[in-house]
Design a binder for this molecule. Sequence first.
Ligand code: AMP
Length: 612
Amino acid sequence: MKPVVGIDLGTTHSLVAYRKEDGTVEVLRDREGRALLPSVVALSPDGVSVGWGARELINNPKTTVVYAAKRLMGRSFEETAAERAHLSYPVIDKNGSPAIPDPERGRTLTPPEIGALILSNLRSRAEEALGCAVADAVITVPAYFNDAQRQATKDAGALAGLNVLRIINEPTAAALAYGLGEKKDGLFAVFDLGGGTFDFSLLEIRKGIFEVRATSGDTHLGGEDFDRAILTEWLESDPGLAAKAERPEVKDILRKEAERAKIALSKTSEVTVRLPSLEFSTTLTRARLDTLVAPFVSRAFHAVRSAMQDSGIEPQAVDGVILVGGSTRFLRFREAVAEFFGKPLLDSVDPDLVVAEGAAVQADILSGRRKDLLLLDVTPLSLGIETIGGVTSTLIPRNTTIPAQAKELFTTYVDGQVNVDIHVLQGEREMAADNRSLGRFTLSGIPPLPAGAPRIEVTFQIDANGILEVSAREQTTGQRANVVIHPSYGLAKEDVRELLKEAFSHAKEDFELRLLVDSRTEAQTVINATARALATVGSDILDERERQAIEAQTKILRTAMEGNDGKKVRDEIRTLDRLTQPLAERLVNHSLTEALSGKHLPEIPPEGGSHA
Ligand code: AMP
């Protein structure tokens, strides 16, 4: 049987693991016996290197050392502005996407290509360790990764010659490594604190189904901040040392020393640092370190509280907390987590290896050897399309378990409309313009019928990897849209949080605006249908008095539409409806009644202008 490996493609480190026939999981090591591979690629005049060797070249002026490329994965150049400010290597705009110049080889590399170099290295490692060809893999991503970020990760796998069977969430993988879902159900918190990022997720596991109930975190919080806090304290206490640390090599030595002291303090309560060459010596106590780190603990728990509030779940309801990432060895954090949840910590699996091990468990399940576990995740934000008036019509609500599918019928707004614009949106806001545009396409070839007559079925499909496909089909002709959803560039988790927060704070005004826009749309539809009906019926169906009353009410409705009072518009529609009721009853005209209800899709604007 072909092996399927599990890969943790991390921001700072990556790993590959495999579950053996006997059920035990092994993290595959390099020739030197190292499990971790730094997620670093060096582009130097001598060639391209990956991992430990690449990391050593960081101060080499002739070499571009690319690290943390995961932060750029699947995002547009524009969206990576804040991230780029933290990176020391050049990133250029290549057709709207970030790319790293490799002048030696006269090319630029995109984040998926950098990812592919790391994955290729892990693939070779796996082939050597297992003694056979390896192609099939499961790769993990943060739970907040959106469609484009997942797709970019998949692309990286494909570029590395891997057949990516599934992209799974890191917290889900961590839970699998603990045998959750296989052996045990419940509600688990996953506290993932690494070198530079903090991710918190709340995972519900029922009958082998995994659901991410909430996520939060801080994309710039981790062990490196603690090292920096120690370093700052040393430099502030010793001006002579600060002067020496102007040199990058000296600063590097001090930073490594700070990290060493920090790590030592998870075993002892006091550590002495002696650097005779720099004429520096000091003592750091655990108590002092805890004080230095206190602001970071608060920041992390701020994110934890927000996720718990979001989910409406009390900390006491959590059955256990899984620790992921090297910095969860930090005692102060462990205490804070235990205190907050009042529950035992799951920490028996090495926090650096736990995600890769879980990916290997999932890989094993997908290899077909075990058929007893189903894995599901959820959508972080709602997905829908824009309908007339620029409002959002949601097809898949946020937190829907994936894979998911939704279908809904839409119709046209204008008589004889032969095409519709399908604009795919992500977000919680009522108005399309406030949500994120994931892509758009046109369904053309609709038969020219009265407004409201065509039946256009829009289907959203999200596969197990969280990748979205949208299609549209006109039912009478069977005409289908040529569906091309251009990749949605990434949403960082704070963006998701920000969008949710915004949606929440604007909920009331959004709701009112939407009511107004919907009322105006409905009014226009009613007016059009009424005018069409009036034009086609004679005095045998409608007498003059009735006709005049309808016309007068149409005028009143038009005036109401120009105002901003949605309730007034709706009241006038109701009055017009009452007046046209006898007419509608007399005219058993299907297309008319349909035009009086239904959801309408925008037409393509002639000059590519706005259709709203
Ligand atoms: P990761 O990104 O998950 O590999 O985590 C790496 C981070 O964990 C680095 O910042 C390390 O300094 C930190 N780390 C490793 N061991 C310990 C420890 N015993 N105490 C505190 N931090 C640690």
